[in-house]
Every structure is written in structure tokens, then in C-alpha cells.
Design a protein around this ligand. Structure first.
Ligand code: FES
Length: 239
């Protein structure tokens, strides 16, 4: 057991004039996560604390928040890695619904913009299954592990500067997977969609998305590949 102070940025837009910090002392057990500590606060100290979670396994992507200033999944962040004082804030670049729960509509609207689904080619006999061992498979394996937690989006300075119309790292990564898939019938259209004003060329390569991704995906690198594909296509080269 260790005594830890968890400080949460509280805000209820319907009740409060402005956000304010509130501290909760807790007794942390070994291997306790930040998400566990939030549940403990709800059970023992303040049942009105709001946050979002579902799987508690790092799979559903719903417990993203700023923990000691860095975007992390609360269910995969152990208290013992953080010290005796922990500060928890809602994700950036999104509107707070209450406390640590944010409205992710802009994130998912941007995901929809890139047509994040496979479009079969018409009139083709091309074999649709790519063997796992093939080099073609490696290209489209990239980014498949994304759990749409929004941590890359909340960390993105281009979103902060340009606003929520900027498509953002997760949606661009998803788009790249389909653009790089030679079986996809909407590659051309998708490449144009993601290289318009609010697309890949709006990325300034700050790299925060790479730092925070809990799945080790590198959206910034992927976005550079989208830019290269667009340039190659403009020059009439194979892309
Ligand atoms: S609760 Fe599902 S990723 Fe944390």
C-alpha cells in the first residue's frame, strides 16, 4: 500500500463557471492502475466523478486521458510508474462533456471523411486474399492495431492550431492503409480526399502522435507516405 494523491481536473459545463482541480487521497495497492484509482474515488469519495471506460484491457480505446501531462490509457497506466502525486485531465482538442469524459464527435467525423472502409473494385478477377507472408501484406498490416482511442488526435498540434477540420493522425493512418491496398477501388479518390487543405499536407511533423500511441503506431511517418504518394502520382510515377 502506498499513499497517493490523485488530482483531477473537474468541470461540468452545466454547473461550473470554469474547470477546477480537486485532489483525492487514495491508498494504492500494487499493480493498481489510474483507472482503478478513479473507480476507488467514485466508490469511496465522490460518486459524481465522470470518466469513460469499457474493456479495462487496452482494447476498446475509451479511457484515454492526460495523466501527468501525457496522453495515456488509464487502464494501462500503473500508479507505481507515476509517483505519489498524479494529475489527471481530460484529452485536449475535444470538448469536455463532464470531468474526464470528452465529446469525440469531431474525431469520428474526421474518420468518416476518409471513407474508412474497403471499396471492392468492379469487374476484377483479382484474388482478394493476400497471403500473410507476402510483402504486400506487410504494407497493409501497418496501423491495423489502431483502437481509435483518440490519444494521437488530442496530442496533435496541427489539430490545436488548425482546428477540428484537420483530419488528424488516426484517420490519415486509416486512409493510408486503404490507399496502399492495391485491391481497393477507391484509392484514387481517397488519396485526393486526404490531401486537400485539411489533410496530410497540414501535418507539420511535430511527432506527438508517435509518442503517445499506446499501440506503437507511427501516424506521423504514415502521413509522410501519403504525401509521397500524392507527389509521385502528380509526377506520373508509380505510387
Ligand atoms: S478501458 Fe478499454 S482501453 Fe482502457
Amino acid at each position: 500500500m502506498k499513499n497517493v494523491e490523485v488530482t483531477v481536473l473537474r468541470y461540468d459545463p452545466d454547473e461550473d463557471e470554469s474547470p477546477k482541480y480537486q485532489s483525492f487521497p487514495i491508498e494504492a495497492k500494487k499493480n493498481m492502475t489510474v483507472l482503478d484509482s478513479l473507480f476507488l474515488i467514485v466508490e469511496d469519495q465522490d460518486p459524481t466523478l465522470s470518466f469513460r471506460c469499457a474493456c479495462r484491457l487496452g482494447m476498446c480505446g475509451s479511457c484515454g486521458m492526460l495523466i501527468n501531462g501525457r496522453g495515456r490509457l488509464a487502464c494501462r497506466t500503473k500508479i507505481e510508474e507515476l509517483g505519489d502525486k498524479i494529475t489527471v485531465q481530460p484529452m485536449r482538442n475535444q470538448t469536455v462533456i463532464k470531468d474526464l469524459s470528452v465529446n469525440m464527435d469531431n474525431f469520428f467525423t474526421n474518420m468518416e471523411k476518409v471513407k474508412p472502409y474497403f471499396v471492392p473494385k468492379e469487374d476484377t478477377d483479382e484474388f482478394s486474399i493476400i497471403p500473410p507472408s507476402s510483402g504486400r501484406r506487410e504494407i497493409i498490416d501497418e496501423n491495423q492495431d489502431c483502437i481509435t482511442c483518440g490519444l494521437c488526435y488530442q496530442s496533435c498540434d496541427a489539430v490545436a492550431i488548425r482546428g477540428n477540420d484537420f483530419i488528424g493522425p488516426a484517420a490519415l493512418s486509416r486512409a493510408y492503409n486503404l490507399i496502399a491496398d492495391e485491391r481497393d477501388g477507391a484509392r484514387e479518390e481517397r488519396l485526393d480526399l486526404v490531401t486537400e487543405e485539411d489533410g496530410a499536407f497540414g501535418c507539420h511533423s511535430f511527432g506527438a502522435c508517435v509518442e503517445v500511441c499506446p499501440k506503437g503506431i507511427k501516424p506521423m511517418v504514415t502521413i509522410q507516405k501519403i504525401k509521397m504518394k500524392k507527389i509521385k502520382r502528380s509526377l506520373g510515377l508509380k505510387w
